[in-house]
Design a protein around this ligand. Structure first.
Ligand code: NAD
Length: 293
């Protein structure tokens, strides 16, 4: 069993990005600049945004955090997005999800200029991804592809089963694993909450990508020997063994399945750190494309 180590792989990517930023500056370019909008003060969102800002610092990007109270109106939010769209100094814009219930997330996503949509959530960029055209791939799926590629996991002709059909992970992942590319060229089955006989399907998976948000859902009897498992899930559960009183669990019962796997991502330290690295990579692509224009 080989652990697909997202912590070290993301560290390598960040070091590569740092070098690229130095080269960009040496060639007369400006420092890549990521702007992030945070609405309200949800603890998990604060943690994610904090990690993104810190990662920007680490690789030499500029970052701007724009905060709004949770009672912000859609109009106020859209006006700010428009200001960022027009600010030529800013290369990438992300809006931390989820947003409060009174705000239509799709309306907000659609307001971001696709060339600054480094999260890759805009319908234009999703469409380009589906057509295998150059675009910003959504960060979590892009991080999974990078993990597979850097560990030389064979994907061609394999049966890839994806659990979960969210817009940000499961659905794009199913498209990417089926495309004519490496990693890709899989025969893909996308499963979800209405899937019947899930276990019969997962047992045939050569590659199993799990993103449903239920701690330790995938157990040893659901997989075959030699499977490669990508565990996207993150659930925070109480623990009396950690200083914080919390620990993170994936969607896969890691200890129970690991010996049957050829490759597996741990939680934490698997897909999570890769997501931020790929967000930075997308921001650099945006900054570089301006230099060329
Ligand atoms: P989501 O919460 O939007 O949707 C869950 C999906 O799981 C749905 O499509 C649903 O149909 C499916 N599902 C639910 N119960 C099921 C069942 N019993 N059998 C089969 N399918 C079932 O999904 P999401 O936003 O992709 O999040 C999934 C998990 O991944 C969460 O734990 C989230 O925190 C985590 N996540 C991690 C990262 C990361 O960077 N590591 C990024 C995004 C999401």
């Amino acid at each position: 069993m080989i652990t697909l180590d997202g912590k070290n792989t993301s560290k390598d990517i960040k070091e590569e990005l740092e070098v690229e930023v130095s080269q960009l500056l040496a060639n007369g370019g400006k420092r890549p600049h990521l702007a992030a909008i945070l609405v309200g003060n949800d603890g998990a969102s604060e943690t994610y945004i904090g990690a993104k800002v810190k990662a920007c610092d680490k690789v030499g990007f500029e970052s701007t955090l724009i905060r709004f109270e949770s009672d912000v109106t859609v109009e106020e939010l859209l006006a700010e997005i428009e200001r960022v769209n027009e600010n030529t100094d800013i290369d990438g814009l992300i809006v931390q999800l989820p947003l409060p219930k009174h705000i239509d997330e799709m309306k907000v996503t659609e307001a971001i200029n696709p060339i600054k949509d480094v999260d890759g959530f805009h319908p234009t960029n999703i469409g380009r991804m589906a057509l295998n055209l150059p675009t910003y791939l959504p960060a979590t799926p892009a991080g999974i592809l990078e993990l597979l590629e850097r560990h030389e996991v064979e994907t061609s002709g394999k049966h890839c089963v994806v659990i979960g059909r969210s817009h940000i992970v499961g659905s794009p992942m199913s498209i990417l694993m089926a495309r004519n590319n490496y990693p890709g060229n899989c025969t893909v089955t996308l499963t979800h909450s209405r899937t019947i006989n899930l276990k019969e399907i997962t047992k045939t998976a050569d590659i199993l990508i799990v993103a449903l948000g239920k701690a330790e859902f995938v157990t040893s009897d659901m997989i075959k020997d030699g499977v490669c498992i990508i565990d996207v899930g993150i659930t925070r559960v109480k623990s009396d063994k950690t200083k914080s009183g919390w620990k993170l669990l994936g969607d896969v019962a890691f200890e129970k399945v690991k010996d049957k796997c050829s490759f597996i991502t741990p939680v934490p330290g698997g897909v999570g750190p890769m997501t931020i690295a790929m967000l930075l990579k997308n921001t650099l692509i945006s900054a570089k494309s301006k230099l060329g224009s």
